[in-house]
Design a protein around this ligand. Structure first.
Ligand code: ATP
Length: 924
């Protein structure tokens, strides 16, 4: 195909070259071309090879530390320990690799959950298809916020601008036209009548013919050069990398300390050295980071199941700390399934029946059905304006999808349905009134206009927000025909608008005029003035049923909800009241105009209001609110769907885009995408975010808790003449064997009850804080130590040992006592893992069977321990002794002590949270 000078071709040449027409290609032809050209996809360049990623697990800092330890063991004449450490390195590397792999798989599978769609004309009908199925020759329709899905030549463009940054680096939107390029100096990439894959439509709309797809596009050509994966670490991961290093150094210090202490107390060099190496090896937290990554990835997967796709692992933890949600109204809090209910004109007031998008329903005036064959003049005109000043399409039911639907903006869709209820169809109407231009809707102007031919005459049809439309009207259609718009008319219209708004209805105004045939440039200034006001259309957009509960949950969780909407204040307030965002008699409603005049300081003061709504705002205002909130130290989640929402989405801690109704651009900059556009999913995601953060704390607590019962006996051993309380190999078996699965399982705990009853954590809170250390090392650690030492001395004394008697490890009694300590740590860790399942709630409030992996982990832990104790070959390696079953039961008696102490701690914590909440409530 000759595409080099595609921008110089006339429309006819273009159609001929690409073997297509204004009606697009046929479905069969599309299939054939798909086979020929392949999917419209950018092929990913192979990332770092699996092998080198696997090897990386052997060469990071902590692994190197272990290698050194193993070499020292060999040099020091302890090959058994040396081999054990190598085994540890291998097991750890395999484990980490598997975790990373699973985490990656989890995030990769999410990508597939958010396919990109495109509006295409095939067989003369507009339909929506997957962007990857696009082929050369397809005629596509592009509008504000769309991602350009392939390289295409424009054949029609209305006020269209694209952002070509991905291709040219230029971030300012550039103007696009459909004119043939005659200038010789223009290159393909500069041609204003071409749109390229990877760029976005910043404003306006247009129709284009695809000439290159997939790797044949300009973007495809450069993508293969520039594709890189940026594996950005989350703050949590960064914090943990630091913590892991600190712990590694600490264990180094501890190792040296025990070494010196042992020597000082006259222990043999070999014994103390071996123990020091063991302590270091056991405590180097090499598994910490991959476990956190996996916990985050699992969180991401759970969120996806609850309709929130998180694009960066790091957002999971940020989400958990959200303190404010700034949300749109339409589509997020409401269903975005509009149905026109009432129509007001200066002549009459109409009610409209029917539900959803099915074009079935009647018009009534004072309960009298209107005969649609004999429509009153002003109603007929109003319906035509709504139908023609419109870019949506009604989708008829099919066998696959038996319900009526729309393609495009639901506000506009409802107007198509309305017109069809009176028997008008878009095709017929466009035949009578062909469209010659349009001034697309934008959320600043809050209006849309389309320009049509009618015979030799030219008409302008405008619809938009009532006050914004009224401001460009000078006439009104009344009983006596067209008359000058008086103040009394304006008062009537505003009064009626407020009435509609107070009952939560969304209102649009319709206006029109005939214009001079001489006008050639249809700009906003030339066209949107001196209009004739026709009437108001009020549509219902019911709140989503699940939102009310979600709002309640968010409030309970101490999260403030601020509605920021383009809609009218009274409509916004009415909806906010219905779903419980507003409860007080007088919420503060700030309009975009007011906000413009407000200083940042004043805005911050206003934001302290408990109930606040921003109405009739433009997207830029959202940015101002988000910036002020962030300045106040809040962690802000904000929703957005349009191109102009991008700065606010970027600025916020969590930018949330809509998967269904939002634009591609918003989805691209957002950190989270809601696949169901539903506010309730944000609250669910916050719950999951909190759970992930808690889980990481849970498994770190669990891991920390075994260090104390390992260290205390050994300190006693160093200081007093007692038999070896636990051997290095046994410690390694615990830390790197029995512990692993239960720790991992804590990372995937579902959210604990009451996780949304607490206030958000402070953004300054550190993951590893004093309370975590105290809980792990002190509370849980000391109780375990008491149990372990009791078991150890019980075995010794009942075996005939007395204080001061020297007993080498070769003595069966010494081995039996050491095995008892080993068994004690394992069994106390079983109690510990159940205690760690919750941080605040009672352990008994979560179902025992909910975390399957945890139960499997515990069984694995116990079976492995039994093997280590009873299999003769393992007994030799681990210096274990086959203790009788009653010794196991000995520790079971200690389990309630640990669990009871934890339950008391949790109870006190719950009381504290509840009284804090009361205080907070009282202060508002
Ligand atoms: P939210 O910001 O909560 O999503 P919204 O949809 O009302 O609410 P915008 O899309 O900015 O916000 O719309 C602002 C106003 O412009 C609407 O309240 C409506 O009056 C008007 N409007 C919306 N869509 C159209 C359209 N397609 N054509 C003309 N006017 C429209």
């Amino acid at each position: 195909m000759k595409t080099d000078d595609i921008f110089r071709m006339t429309e006819d040449q273009l159609f001929k070259e690409l073997d297509t027409s204004i009606k697009g290609i046929s479905k069969e032809e599309a299939k054939k071309r798909l086979e020929k050209y392949g999917y419209n996809e950018i092929k990913e360049v192979k990332k770092t090879s699996m092998f080198s990623r696997f090897i990386a697990n052997f060469t990071h800092l902590l692994a190197i530390l272990l290698w050194i330890a193993s070499i020292l063991s060999f040099v020091g004449g302890m090959p058994q320990l040396g081999w054990a450490i190598i085994l540890v390195i291998i097991v750890n590397a395999l484990f980490s690799f598997w975790q990373e792999f699973k985490a990656e798989q989890a995030t990769e599978s999410l990508k597939k959950m958010l396919p990109s769609y495109v509006k295409v004309i095939r067989d003369g009908q507009q339909e929506q298809i997957l962007a990857r199925e696009l082929v050369p020759g397809d005629v596509i329709y592009l509008e504000e916020g769309d991602h350009v899905p392939a390289d295409a030549r424009l054949i029609e463009a209305f006020e269209m601008r694209t952002i070509n940054a991905a291709l040219t680096g230029e971030s300012e939107p550039v103007r696009r036209t459909s004119d043939v390029v005659l200038d010789d100096d223009v290159s393909l990439i500069q041609a204003p009548n071409l749109v390229f894959m990877g760029t976005n439509v910043a404003s306006g709309s247009g129709t284009a013919v695809v000439y290159a797809t997939g790797m044949n596009t300009q973007f495809g050509k450069i993508a293969s050069l520039t594709q890189t994966i940026s594996a950005e670490q989350s703050p949590l991961q960064k914090q943990l990398t630091r913590v892991a290093k600190v712990i590694a150094y600490l264990s180094l210090v501890m190792g040296v300390f025990f070494f010196l202490l042992g020597l000082l107390m006259g222990r043999s060099l070999v014994d103390t050295f071996m123990f020091a190496i063991g302590i270091i090896t056991a405590n180097v937290p090499e598994g910490l980071l991959p476990t956190v990554t996996l916990a985050l990835a699992m969180g991401v997967q759970r969120m996806a199941k609850r309709h929130a796709l998180v694009k960066k692992l790091s957002s999971v933890e940020t989400l958990g700390g959200a303190t404010v949600i700034c949300t749109d109204k339409t589509g997020t809090l409401t269903q975005n399934e509009m149905t026109v209910r009432e129509i007001w004109t200066k002549v009459a007031y109409y009610n409209v029946s029917g539900v959803g998008y099915e074009p079935k329903g009647d018009f009534y005036v004072d309960d009298q059905k209107v005969d649609v064959k004999n429509l009153p003049n002003e109603l007929s005109l109003l319906l035509k304006i709504g139908l023609l000043c419109n870019n949506s399409r009604l989708v008829r039911p099919t066998d696959e999808n038996p319900s009526w639907g729309i393609i495009g903006d639901p506000t506009e869709g409802s107007l198509v349905v309305l017109a069809e209820k009176a028997g008008f169809t878009l095709e017929e109407m466009l035949r009578e009134y062909p469209r010659i231009s349009q001034l697309p809707f934008d959320s600043r102007r809050k209006r849309m206009t389309s320009i049509h031919k009618y015979g030799k005459e030219i008409y302008v049809f405008t619809k938009g927000a009532p006050k914004e439309t009224l401001s460009v009207c000078n006439y009104i259609l009344s009983d006596d025909g067209i008359k000058k718009l008086e103040q009394s008319d304006i008062d009537d219209i505003v009064k009626q608008n407020d009435k509609f708004a107070e009952s939560g209805l969304r209102v649009l105004a319709m206006a029109y005029k005939k214009i001079d045939n001489e006008i050639k440039e249809y700009s906003i200034e030339n066209v949107e003035n001196d209009l004739i006001f026709v009437g108001l259309v009020a549509m219902m957009d019911p709140p989503r049923p699940e939102v009310e509960l979600a709002v309640k949950q968010a409030h309970k969780a101490g999260i403030k909800i601020i509605m920021i909407t383009g809609d009218y204040g009274l409509t916004a307030e009415s909806i906010a009241r219905r779903i419980g965002i507003v409860k007080g008699p007088r919420p503060r409603i700030i309009t975009g105009n007011e906000l413009d005049k407000m200083s940042d300081e004043d805005l911050k003061k206003e934001l302290k209001n408990k109930e606040i709504i921003f109405a009739r705002v433009a997207p830029e205002h959202k940015m101002k609110v988000v910036a002020a909130l962030k300045d106040m130290g809040e962690v802000v989640a904000v929703t957005g769907d349009g191109v102009n929402d991008s700065p606010a989405l970027k600025k916020a801690d969590i930018g949330i885009a809509m998967g269904k109704s939002g634009t591609d651009v918003a989805r691209e900059v957002a950190t989270m995408v809601l696949t169901d556009d539903n506010f309730a999913s944000i609250v669910n995601a916050i719950e999951e975010g909190r759970a992930v953060y808690d889980n990481v704390r849970k498994f770190i607590t669990y891991i920390f808790a075994h260090l104390t019962p390992e260290a205390i006996p050994y300190i006693l051993f160093s200081l007093f003449n007692i038999p070896v309380p636990i051997t290095v190999m046994q410690i390694l078996a615990i830390d790197l064997g029995t512990e692993t699965l239960p720790a991992l399982a804590l990372g995937v705990e579902p959210p604990e009850p009451g996780v949304m009853d607490r206030p958000p954590r402070s953004p300054k809170e550190k993951l590893l804080n004093l309370s975590l250390f105290l809980r792990g090392y002190v509370l849980l650690g000391i109780i375990s130590s008491i149990a372990v030492l009791s078991g150890y001395f019980w075995v010794l004394y009942s075996g005939g040992w007395h204080w001061g008697m020297t007993l080498p490890l070769s003595d069966p009694l010494a081995r039996k006592a050491a095995t008892m300590s080993f068994l004690g740590i394992v069994i106390m860790q079983v109690a510990n893992v159940f205690a760690c399942r919750t941080e605040v709630a009672s352990m008994f409030s979560v179902s025992f069977f909910k975390n399957r992996l945890l139960n499997i982990g515990v069984v694995f832990e116990l079976v492995l321990t039994a093997l280590l104790i009873y299999v003769p070959f393992l007994q030799k390696i681990f210096d274990t002794y086959p203790v009788p079953f009653k010794n196991w039961l000995f520790y079971v008696a200690f389990m309630p002590l640990l669990i009871g102490a934890e339950e008391i701690r949790k109870y006190i914590l719950r009381r504290k949270i509840a009284s804090n909440q009361k205080e907070v409530k009282g202060s508002i």
